[in-house]
Each structure stands twice: as structure tokens, then as C-alpha cells.
Design a protein around this ligand. Structure first.
Ligand SMILES: Nc1ncnc2c1ncn2[C@@H]1O[C@H](COP(=O)(O)OP(=O)(O)O)[C@@H](O)[C@H]1O
Ligand SMILES: [Mg+2]
Length: 279
């Protein structure tokens, strides 16, 4: 059955400062949405708040999957509820191979009642599955034996995230600036991986980006503009074209109150690169 991710009037603050000021967004499984907005408009704040990062305080509103309140769940429980976040800055885990990490993650997501120390999914079964997924994505099997993200190029980090997506099969995936730091070939390869996995598993996808480039490969049906901490415009792919040709000036003019908040956030930004980087 098709699930629904529903975000209503979400307000989120960092260190007492309000960043998101009432975000509304509904995503059904199988739909592809893009969230665009200038740097500092609160895009990553939305993804971290949905994933349960402790630095991001939800002060109002709700986020549910089929009525289950995500905001009351721990980060691992949100993953079990069907939410996956591909980070803008993936964490390195020295000493833990991609395969080992995935075997734990897959076991926990598929068997939510499992307690720490209980059996992982059988090695044979897991090996077969990861091999198939990597073949499907055109990845070298050697990749699974490397330590997670250690010494990975930008493109390899993102491909590791796509492999996670393929193995975990979440109902919803949020991809935060998956294109950042990638050359055009890497963007294409990663995007094709996302498209394939999302189509196969009927994943609802939210692509977060401030460049239209990735959206020529992952084609959104719905496009939203985040500005000053709220979604000011929602439409179809034509919004991407409009931002590409006209920038944000028209958004700024049409939504003066959001523009004021955006400027305030921009002024406050300098000094703290990203609260999420260490998650
Ligand atoms: N560690 C932090 N402490 C305080 N404010 C922060 C921190 N990290 C980000 N912010 C604020 O949150 C705003 C939104 O940031 P972010 O969600 O990362 O934007 P985006 O992903 O759209 O570029 C920034 O403009 C900044 O002012
Ligand atoms: Mg960001």
C-alpha cells in the first residue's frame, strides 16, 4: 500500500533561532519532488529535523508517515518507519566496511523488534543481495570491502548512499545536495542509480538542491521553492526553468516577508558552516 509523508506547519530552530517558519509538504510514495532554494534558506534544516538531529529543535507542527508521528521517534526508529536521508556531508566510519555497515542497517530496518546483539541477517543471503544490487548499479564488488567513506571521492560517497538506498528500500528518501561537489558524469551516474532504485521500490523522493543540474537527470513531478524558511511556491518542472532563467528576484518581490527572514538568516549565517556536518 502506498504511504504518505506529511509535513504540516513545521517550525524548527537552531540554538533558539527560528529557521523553518511553517513548512507544509506532502509526498506520496512513488512521487519525485524537488526542493529548491538559495543557500541558507533552510533546506538542510528540514532534512535534519525530519531525521531527528538533536541540534534541530522542532517548536511547532508535525511530520507523519501514514499518521505515525516521526517527531516522537528516535533517528533509528524513523529509519524503521521508512525514512532515509542521504546526507550532504556523509560521515566517515574508519574500521567499518560498507558491507558490514549495510548488514547491520538492513537487519535493523527489516527487523524493527531486533535487540542489540541478536542475529544479523544470514551472511549468505546478505552477500547475494548486496552483490545483485551492486551489479545493478554498475558498482565494483571491491567497493563493499572498503571502510565507509574513508578516502572516498565525492562521487564514491554519493554512490555509497545510493547503495544504501537500494539495500534499505525506504518508502521515502531525502537527498540533500546529492550533486554538490560532483562532476557532471558523477551527477549522471548517481542520478541514474537513484532513478532505478526509486522506480523499483516505489520510493517517494525529495531532491534538495540549489542547482537545476541534477534535475535534468532526476526529473521531479513537483517543485517547491523554500525561501526564508517556508515554501513560498509549489508547481511543476516549469519552476525549475523559471529559477534557472530569472533567479530568485521575482520570489523576493512576490514574498517580501519571506525575503526579510531570508536576509536575516543570511546575515546570521557567517561563522557556523553547518550544524549537521558532524551528525
Ligand atoms: N550551527 C548553526 N547554528 C546556528 N545557525 C545555523 C547553524 N547552521 C545553520 N544555521 C542557520 O540556519 C540557516 C539555514 O541553514 P541550512 O538549513 O543549512 O540552509 P541550506 O541547506 O538551505 O543552505 C542558515 O542561514 C544559518 O543562519
Ligand atoms: Mg544545505
Amino acid at each position: 500500500m502506498s504511504k504518505v509523508l506529511k509535513i504540516e506547519n513545521l517550525h524548527v530552530g537552531i540554538e533558539g533561532k527560528e529557521i523553518l517558519r511553517g513548512v507544509n509538504l506532502t509526498i506520496r510514495q512513488g512521487e519525485v519532488h524537488a526542493l529548491m532554494g538559495p543557500n541558507g534558506s533552510g533546506k538542510s534544516t528540514l532534512s535534519y529535523a525530519l531525521m531527528g538531529h538533536p541540534n534541530y529543535e522542532v517548536t511547532e507542527g508535525s511530520a507523519t508517515i501514514d499518521g505515525v508521528n516521526l517527531l516522537e521517534l528516535e533517528a533509528d526508529e524513523r529509519a524503521k518507519a521508512g525514512l532515509f536521508l542521504a546526507f550532504q556531508y556523509p560521515t566517515t566510519i574508519p574500521g567499518v566496511t560498507v558491507a558490514n555497515f549495510l548488514r547491520h542497517a538492513v537487519t535493523n530496518v527489516r527487523n524493527p523488534a531486533r535487540k542489540e546483539g541478536e542475529d544479523l541477517i544470514p551472511m549468505r543471503e546478505f552477500r547475494k543481495e548486496i552483490r545483485e544490487q551492486m551489479d545493478d548499479l554498475g558498482m565494483d564488488q571491491e567497493f563493499a570491502r572498503r571502510y565507509l567513506n574513508e578516502g572516498f571521492s565525492g562521487g564514491e560517497k554519493k554512490r555509497a548512499e545510493v547503495l544504501q538506498l537500494a539495500m534499505l528500500k525506504p518508502a521515502f528518501a531525502i537527498l540533500d545536495e546529492t550533486d554538490s561537489g560532483l562532476d557532471i558524469d558523477a551527477v549522471r551516474i548517481v542520478s541514474e542509480g537513484v532513478n532505478r532504485v526509486a522506480a523499483k521500490n516505489d520510493t517517494g523522493v525529495l531532491v534538495i538542491t540549489h542547482y537545476e543540474r541534477i534535475l535534468t537527470y532526476i526529473k521531479p513531478q513537483f517543485v517547491h521553492i523554500l525561501f526564508g524558511g517556508r515554501i513560498v511556491e509549489s508547481g511543476g518542472p516549469e519552476l525549475v526553468k523559471q529559477l534557472e532563467s530569472q533567479g530568485y528576484d521575482w520570489v523576493r518581490e512576490r514574498y517580501p516577508e519571506a525575503a526579510r527572514d531570508e536576509d536575516e538568516m543570511e546575515a546570521a549565517k557567517h561563522g557556523h558552516a553547518s550544524a549537521g556536518a558532524a551528525f
